[in-house]
Design a protein around this ligand. Structure first.
Ligand code: 9MR
Length: 364
């Protein structure tokens, strides 16, 4: 899967972004290669990165699984009832296939980046029946469109929360999203049934953040048991893993992987990043220091070693972005300095990259 030196030097030089072209040296080892096939390594990508020849070569060299950061969400795909724009998504999905990579589909049902038209009917709110029909049609059309090209779908994203920010939940800890509010808790079951029908071969995942939180682990396991008791197929759990240097505790992550594994669920680490700030929402830092970068590297190594040791249960680890210039952490919880990924703003490998590489090599 890794690019040969010839393929790299064959890149048209004029197309490589001058500030970062040295990062594309064939000597940079490939994480995809170091991880192997049992637990794949990948990244969240954007269509513009695939259109850029040099960035595309970098991605193909480092990854054996991809996810679209935004391009496969309803807000990106849906233009109205039965109307879609698949161009950007197809670009990424076809790129993955052409380069022998697996593709994660992210995401079908979420309270953010949904298609706003779905919740409206004329001047008012859509009825329960109509929203169910719209959701079923959307899933049938989208999963059907990518059938055979998408390896796993995040069918439902972030249905539970831990009461942070004073947001309201139902008694099961379920977020009172428009899906939950208008359809009821059955929206999850309906979504998974529709996805299973549209692609019997794709793995169907439930994806969430803070998935190591014991309360959330139990809420999600209960939800999974309920679905399975009704004969609904759910194959796996996605651990987003938006971390910081001092959070979460590795022991909690290990316990969560064990708990979901005991239920026979497949698992992916779907959106890994480790901020330099102490906690994910801290905004104190204004620059990186060597010490912080080393500490971040240690933390990446610790988590990679854990994931590798559990690769009978974990099939993939993806970082949420290709490098520090593209991280969502730069604008959340507000505009701030952060550098949470394995490659810096010029896509040069950071200490964290070398730490992950070594941890992967030590385990394989
Ligand atoms: O990284 C994504 C960012 O570009 C979008 O603006 C944002 C919209 O809410 O979504 C981000 O990705 C999220 C992912 O889809 C689900 N888990 C949390 C991610 C970070 O917010």
């Amino acid at each position: 899967m890794s690019l040969t030196r010839r393929q790299f030097t064959a890149l048209p030089l004029g197309l490589a972004l001058p500030a970062i072209d040295s990062a594309f040296a064939a000597e940079t080892p490939s994480l995809a290669q170091a991880f192997g096939q049992r637990m794949r390594f990948g990244m969240a990508v954007r269509p513009d990165q695939i259109r850029d020849t040099a960035l595309a070569a970098f991605i193909a060299h480092q990854c054996s699984i991809l996810v679209a950061e935004n391009a496969m969400k309803p807000a990106s795909l849906s233009r109205g009832e039965g109307q879609y724009d698949f161009r950007d998504a197809d670009l990424i999905v076809d790129f993955a296939a052409k380069n022998g990579m697996l593709m994660r589909g992210h995401t079908l049902v979420w309270h953010q980046q949904a298609a706003p038209w779905m919740f409206k009917d004329g001047a008012g709110e859509v009825s329960r029946e109509k929203l169910i029909a719209r959701m079923e049609r959307y899933i049938a059309d989208v999963v059907g469109h990518f059938r055979g090209r998408v390896y796993s779908w995040d069918v439902v994203n972030e249905a539970f929360q831990n009461g942070e920010g004073g947001a309201k939940t139902d008694e099961a800890g379920m977020r009172l999203s428009e899906w939950r509010r208008i359809i009821g808790p059955e929206f999850i079951e309906i979504a998974f049934r529709a996805a299973a029908k549209a692609d019997p071969d794709a793995l169907l995942f439930y994806n969430d953040y803070e998935s190591q939180n014991p309360q959330k682990v139990e809420a999600v396991r209960k939800m999974v048991r309920g679905l399975r008791a009704k004969g609904v197929r759910i194959d796996g759990i996605g651990h987003q893993m938006h971390c910081a240097r001092k959070w979460p505790r590795v022991d909690d992550v290990a316990a969560a992987i064990e708990a979901f594994g005991a239920d026979g669920l497949k698992q992916h680490v779907t959106e890994l990043d480790i901020g330099l700030n102490d906690m994910p929402t801290d905004t104190k830092l204004t620059a990186a220091t060597d010490e912080l970068l080393q500490d971040q590297a240690r933390r990446y190594a610790e988590l990679t070693t854990l994931f590798m040791s559990k690769r009978d249960k974990l099939g993939a680890m993806l970082t949420w972005g290709i490098g520090d210039a593209y991280s969502w952490y730069l604008s959340w919880p507000r505009k701030r300095f952060e550098a949470p990924l394995l490659f810096d703003t010029r896509l040069q490998p950071k200490p964290a990259f070398h730490a992950v590489l070594e941890a992967a090599r030590a385990a394989t």
